[in-house]
Design a protein. Sequence first.
Length: 220
Amino acid sequence: MTARTATTLLVIAKEPLPGRVKTRLTPPFSPTGAASLAEAALADTLDVVARTPAARRVLVLDGRPGPWLPSGFEVVAQCAGTLDERLAAAFAGCAGPALLIGMDTPQVTPELLARASGPRAWATYDAWFGPAVDGGFWALGLAVPDPRLLRGVPMSVPATGAAQYERLRAAGLRVGRLPRLRDVDDAEDARLVAAAAPRGRFAAVHAGLTSPAPAPAVRR
């Protein structure tokens, strides 16, 4: 039994259905293969969150939960609107400190999340920020989850992370920084992330999709 903290852990995700997730992985992967990778990334992420002490664990989901969802999670539907509005709404549902991550960094670990959500996470900082290699961010933590800190931030552009970080700083918040991680956006990202976390489900699914098929047996 792990100790609890006052922090809510939020995971924002999309149901891993072919043609609806990871479309930038096709090609080289088929829509079914891309969905399998997305499901594995989500399952790895939820497993890590399940093993990280938290006051609440909430999956903010676009779609329906499936067998990849472990026990111990509340599931709430994503609101309509742009990504900044959906992220803001996720924080608005929290009464105390909250740390939000996505489903695209299956290489994350409980130790990494604990830095921004543990008992001492908020003693020095009012916010936590995890930059992504593509210029976005993979984690955002707020001691006071004010939705106004996200609304209007341009999303899914190379300057998203810089704009969100500046929004936090302009609000006078003390911001702790987490390590830079790579999101799974394209096939090269998938290869590098699988190599970074070789024991996870994501790596196993990736290996199954990229390993050469065995040569047919030759009859003599």
